[in-house]
Design a binder for this molecule. Structure first.
Ligand code: MN
Length: 192
């Protein structure tokens, strides 16, 4: 079995001006495709070839882990965006955010801060544990919180390739604007 890259549910210019068509074409079209193609080559003829992407992430290391996790992380990242999505969390998830962080604004501030203070390449994650408690974590390189027993529900990519074409070195500005693309209905469905 080999993995194929899912088609994005929106057109490549749909996230402009926050994420340009050019960035979508490079980031999803080339970087993400390369992770999937490399993974397919690495797992061919190995026991990983019959596993789900999630199982490969949990059971592999080194190159296979890096490419499997990057493949998964980018799908998770791009599929949480929607040019006409719900821009504020509601219901159970909002209640949990307010209970733990005080307010949605304060949560966003902490999340952005985790993104700006991560040195080098990686991801900032919002995850839940089995009881529904939320965690903001930084992950270096291809790290994924599912390896720590958490369920990811939201992620911002802080590798330079995610923002350099549109924001150059202004990572904080990129992170701050991403909220205007997040569809909280999708995040909530991951939380439930
Ligand atoms: Mn990326």
């Amino acid at each position: 079995m080999s993995f194929t890259q899912p088609r994005l549910p929106y057109s490549p210019d749909a996230l402009e001006p926050i994420i340009s068509q050019r960035t979508v074409e490079y980031h999803y079209g080339k970087h993400e495709k390369a992770y999937i193609d490399t993974l397919n080559k690495l797992i061919e003829g190995t026991p990983f070839a019959d596993m789900t992407l999630e199982d490969i992430i949990l059971k592999s290391e080194g190159k296979t882990f890096n490419n499997a996790s990057q493949a998964w992380n980018h799908i998770f990242y791009f599929f949480q965006f929607n040019p006409v999505g719900k821009r504020e969390p509601v219901g159970k998830l909002r209640k949990q955010i307010e209970e733990q962080f005080g307010s949605v604004e304060e949560f966003k501030r902490k999340f952005e801060e985790a993104g700006t203070t991560l040195f080098g390449s990686g991801w900032v994650w919002l995850s839940r544990d089995k009881e529904g408690k939320l965690f903001i974590t930084q992950g270096k390189d291809a790290a994924n919180p599912m390896c720590e027993g958490l369920n990811p529900i939201l992620v911002f990519d802080v590798w330079e390739h995610a923002y350099y074409l549109d924001y150059q070195n202004l990572r904080a500005s990129y992170l701050h604007q991403l909220w205007d693309l997040v569809d909280w209905d999708i995040v909530a469905s991951r939380y439930e």
